[in-house]
Design a protein around this ligand. Structure first.
Ligand code: COA
Ligand code: AMP
Length: 629
């Protein structure tokens, strides 16, 4: 079997395997050194190679006969617009916007923060940065000013690129006030802000610091591709850690391009000319890799969708887009299909569309629960592939690799490791466990190309958070097991990260916001199972001594505060006052037990608990409020 052969080759002779994969992309200078260590002792791929990622994604295809082919189809049910960009047109737009960035002083190595809705200009801005060798950092549009400010301060961008508004179904979200607030909060705001004005809600520009995208671009000279080293950063993408400070995952140029190209063929069975649709957002890892870079580097057509699976206008949205644009593979989070199932339980709307082009449906971003898997298989009657990955890796660590031929599936399993990733289950002391036994999912070093080499501006956070726990391994933060046939089961995070509607969020960060309320002495935010969103946050709040508040008002204030500080995307909707919180004798809150209680799961009273009676009390409170599953 080709999968077995490649898996073994990538494990036993990684340099040979990845050298062959590297030959599938165009280099300005072909790498001789395939795997080496950097000054910090981190494994790096293709260190002496030179390339330009935007060249691979655009110019290369124009120069090789794909100029007229559709590169990007913008489908926006929220504005009623559909627009196709050929490779030629997209290259022109990107070169021009790169010129606009250059006119604002952006050059190789500078950072550019992009805070945009799902409009093609977001991809154009990303690719324009890549063209100049600048480092983009896209911030998801659902984040509030404070989150944007934290990312601005960490990335220290020269320029910020935004749009005048986003559109959430039928609600206009003006972006400029959010950006202005963030800039006012930031300690080192960028010198210039480039704003794409949308007809739905144009905004005022501040002379001297704000620049209109269209005027700036039409006056700019198109900029050429700048050669960068394979190890130079392409982007920084912030993701939730266990504290309030997000982690800037760094992605390099060379390893990333090779991994993107390889994954399209092996994981997705997608080839030049195919139409691929990742129904995500460019603000997430999935959007970076599979809306923008992988499909374009491969010479495919990518669908760029500004809408939701439901309500834009109905639960047939996915099927309409697949049919209209002849999509070959659809990739979305399970939560999106749960939303469709809720509105159209018999999946009747799919019958109205010709779905003959659609070969495979891919899911990732959160655990694929067997009922959702069964529902999609039953109604769509085509392979449904679960695959597991993280912002940190940028592509699938494990999956059922369609390019190698689909393996038999097992309910609840993400199938097997992707060639290049060596996945092992370790106990808390770092010893491998027996098949079927649960433990920490760890990846043996070296990780394959594309995986993060560091955390932006904080290398020790990378080493301490990922590499120090088990020598020779990257610790994923997920727990699970591998069965006797090598099938991997990912069972959930072992840290304080939760996954709400496919969005990765930090409960620690929410706790910081809740605890800052003047009435709150202490709190715990945990992930409670939710039928639609997979998980939802639940706050348990202990009041300061002597404070008396109306609990409903307090809950509203806390909900409002989390929304204002983190963003609507946190979906923080419940805060319950409790009399005590379970703690160990050393004072650590026992969040795992709280999670089990809220989820109606059996739990063992930990021997270290200082006050076992409070567990019964909390369970009763949650039951009374209808918040115990
Ligand atoms: N800009 C502004 N607000 C946003 C936003 C954005 N880009 N994205 C989400 N929000 C808001 C929503 O409007 C909602 O606001 P509300 O509380 O006022 O209603 C809130 O954030 C929560 O959003 P979400 O949890 O996404 O719920 P939803 O009802 O808007 O959408 C789904 C539900 C399932 C359609 C949507 O969550 C989804 O498509 N998820 C998949 C995510 C994904 O692709 N993940 C990556 C996989 S690799
Ligand atoms: P993100 O970095 O936002 O992509 O989130 C990564 C996290 O999402 C992982 O660490 C997992 O906890 C979860 N995740 C992603 N894909 C899957 C999957 N297929 N099955 C189970 N969990 C997943």
């Amino acid at each position: 079997m080709k999968y077995d052969k490649d898996y073994r080759e990538a494990q036993e002779h990684p340099e040979t395997f990845w050298k062959a994969q590297a030959a599938n992309i165009h280099w300005f200078r072909r790498p001789e050194t395939i795997l080496s260590k950097d000054d910090q002792g981190i494994d790096r791929w293709f260190a002496d190679g030179e390339l330009n990622t935007a060249f691979l994604a655009l110019d290369y295809h124009v120069l090789n006969g794909r100029g007229e082919q559709a590169a990007l189809i913008y489908d926006s049910p929220v504005t009623g617009v559909t627009r196709t960009y050929s490779y030629y047109e997209l290259t022109e737009e990107v070169a021009r916007f790169a010129g606009a960035l250059k006119s604002k002083g952006v050059s190789k190595g500078d950072r550019v923060v992009i805070y945009m809705p799902m409009i093609p200009e977001a991809a154009i801005a990303m690719l324009a940065c890549a063209r100049l060798g600048a480092v983009h950092s896209v911030v998801f549009g659902g984040f509030a000013p404070h989150e944007l400010a934290v990312r601005i301060d960490d990335a220290a961008p020269k320029v910020l690129v935004t749009a005048s508004c986003g559109i959430e179904v039928d609600r206009i979200i003006p972006y400029k006030p959010i950006v202005n607030d963030a800039l006012a909060m930031a300690e080192s705001p960028p010198e210039a802000c480039i704003v794409f004005q949308r007809d739905q809600c144009p905004c005022e520009l501040t002379p001297g610091t704000d620049f209109d995208w269209k005027s700036l671009t039409s006056a700019a000279e198109p900029a050429d591709c700048v050669a960068v080293k394979a190890t130079d950063p392409l982007y920084v993408l912030y993701t939730s850690g266990t504290t309030g400070k997000p982690k800037g995952v760094v992605r390099d140029n060379g390893g990333h391009a090779v991994a993107m190209r390889y994954s399209m063929a092996s994981v997705y069975d997608i080839h030049p000319g195919d139409v691929f649709w990742a129904a995500s957002d460019v603000g997430w890892g999935g959007g970076h890799s599979y809306i923008v870079y992988a499909p374009l580097i491969t010479g495919c057509t990518t669908v760029f969708y500004e809408g939701k699976p439901v309500r834009t206008p109905d639960a047939g949205a996915f099927w309409r887009v697949c049919s209209e644009h002849r999509v070959k593979a659809l990739f979305a989070a399970p939560t999106a299909f749960r939303a469709v199932r809720k509105e159209d339980p018999e999946c009747r709307m799919a019958a109205a569309y010709d779905l003959s082009s659609l070969k495979t449906i891919f899911m990732a971003g959160e655990r694929l629960d067997p009922p959702t898997y069964d529902w999609v298989v039953e109604h769509l009657e085509r392979p449904v592939v679960d695959h597991w990955w993280q912002t940190e890796t940028g592509w699938a660590i494990a999956g059922n690799h369609v390019g190698y031929g689909i393996a038999p599936t097992k309910p609840g399993s993400v199938t097997r490791a992707t060639p290049g990733f060596v996945v092992e289950i370790l106990d808390d002391d770092g010893a491998p466990v027996e098949p079927g036994e649960q433990g920490n999912i760890a990846l043996r070093l070296p990780m394959p190309p594309g995986s993060l080499p560091t955390i932006w501006g904080n290398h020790s956070r990378f080493v301490d958070g990922y590499l120090s726990k088990f020598a020779g391994y990257y610790v994923s933060g997920d727990g699970g097991f591998i069965d006797t046939e090598g099938y991997l089961f990912v069972q959930g995070r072992t840290d304080d990260i939760i996954n709400v509607a496919g969005h990765r969020l930090s409960t620690g960060e929410m706790e910081e916001v809740v605890a800052s309320h003047p009435a709150v002495a202490e709190c715990a935010v945990i992930g409670r199972r939710c039928e639609l969103k997979g998980e939802e946050p639940l706050g348990l709040v202990l009041l300061k001594d002597g404070v008396s508040v109306d609990e409903n008002s307090l809950e509203s204030e806390l909900i409002q505060e989390v929304r204002a500080r983190i963003g609507a995307v946190a979906s923080f909707k419940h805060a319950v006052v409790v009399q005590r919180l379970p703690k160990t004798r050393s004072g650590k809150i026992l969040r795992k037990v709280l999670r089990s209680i809220a989820n109606g799961e059996e739990y063992q009273t930990p021997s270290t608990i200082d006050d076992p009676a409070c567990l019964v009390e909390i369970e009763a409170t949650l039951l009374k409020k209808g918040l115990r599953n």
